[in-house]
Design a binder for this molecule. Structure first.
Ligand code: AHM
Ligand code: MG
Length: 338
């Protein structure tokens, strides 16, 4: 065999760890597992692949722009928001594993018909970072998974529980590659979509966040409305008593800002301000899943008053202030919150 061909063959990994294989292996290690979680996750990953493809093709397929209506949050809905939501809802329904869904795009809970009902509750933001869609800046999807405690008819109050009862969470980042980051309470792993085979491959095993970072991330356009604790903390990031000032980075897509924080370390803040006393980010499908991932990677996530995962939402679209990232950075922020 020609040496060039041999070299090519040797450089190909014939034993790649796909996300399906990874989850299956985790499931096999649990003697009580039934395989239903693997099926559920598979349906989410299929939705993510479809959304990723739609995001990449949006420019050719007339998928940029708004549809001309506002959602439950009072925000203008983008065409891709609608498409991504439909993909998530349809894939999840057809998995036969979900009883109830909460989507950022739907005012009410989405009950799955009896024929398709399963044991899980999934909350999701099908396309996060809507304001960045049309200018091609990174966007993402976020989801949290809870397990139903009863076989009774589904009830929306079942999901008004602290984030600490979540069994798994993840996000997809549609950036310069598509990556899925997952936790089921046993560490955090990142899988990159290999478009040539249509599979997510384990590329970032056991992600750990640095204890201290060099980047702070906040929308400074709201500085006039910040609480004093935020103003003082951000001032300290820029003018520390000792050492170098921190760098500022803010994408405006939570998935991108959180992913950077996870990979490079530092702190991401979307705190309360005088105009938005609960901040902007929604608990069930933005704040809580990201908090779970950050904690599982060794970081910290707080509202400024309490651990995010200890918050009990009163409504399905509740908002909550979010400060998360490297433990020492978040602790320093907390030292200003008295
Ligand atoms: P969306 O779900 O409508 O896209 O809004 C959530 C997004 C987050 O991704 C991001 O962190 C935040 O809104 C940015 O908001 P702002 O423009 O106020 O800084
Ligand atoms: Mg969102």
């Amino acid at each position: 065999m020609a040496s060039e061909t041999l070299a090519k063959l040797e450089s190909m990994n014939t034993d790649t760890m796909t996300v399906a294989r990874f989850v299956l292996e985790e499931q096999k290690a649990n003697p009580h597992a039934t395989g239903s979680f693997t099926i559920l996750l598979q349906s989410i990953l299929t939705a993510i692949k479809a959304v990723s493809q739609a995001v990449r093709r949006a420019g050719f397929a007339q998928l940029h722009g708004k549809v001309g209506v506002t959602n439950v949050q009072g925000e203008e809905v983008a065409k891709l928001d609608v498409l991504a939501n439909d993909m998530f809802v349809n894939m999840l329904k057809s998995s036969f594993e979900v009883g109830l869904m909460i989507s950022e795009e739907d005012e009410s809970v989405i009950e799955v018909d009896l024929k398709h009902q399963g044991r899980y509750i999934v909350c999701f933001d099908p396309l996060d970072g809507s304001s960045n869609i049309d200018c091609l800046v990174s966007i993402g999807s976020i989801f949290s998974i809870f397990k139903r405690e009863t076989a009774d008819p589904v009830n929306q109050n079942e999901v008004l529980k602290p984030g600490s009862t979540m069994i798994a969470a993840g996000y997809a980042l549609y950036g310069n590659a598509t990556m899925v980051v997952l936790t089921s309470g046993n560490g955090v792993n990142g899988f990159t979509l290999d478009p040539s085979i249509g599979e997510f491959i384990l590329t970032n095993p056991n992600i750990q966040i640095k204890p201290k970072g060099k980047i702070f991330s906040i929308n400074e356009g709201y500085a006039a409305f910040w609480e004093e604790s935020v103003t003082k903390y951000i001032h300290k990031c820029k003018f520390p008593e000792s050492g170098s000032p921190m760098n500022a980075r803010y994408v405006g897509s939570m998935v991108a800002d959180v992913h950077r924080t996870l990979v490079y370390g530092g702190i991401f803040l979307y705190p309360a301000n005088k105009k938005s006393p609960k901040g902007k980010l929604r608990y069930l499908y933005e704040a809580a899943p990201m908090a779970f991932i950050i904690e599982q990677a060794g970081g910290k996530a707080t509202t400024g008053k309490k651990r995010i995962l200890d918050v009990v939402p009163e409504n399905i679209h509740d908002r909550v202030p979010v400060v998360l990232g490297s433990t020492q950075d978040v602790d320093e922020y907390l030292s200003f919150c008295v």
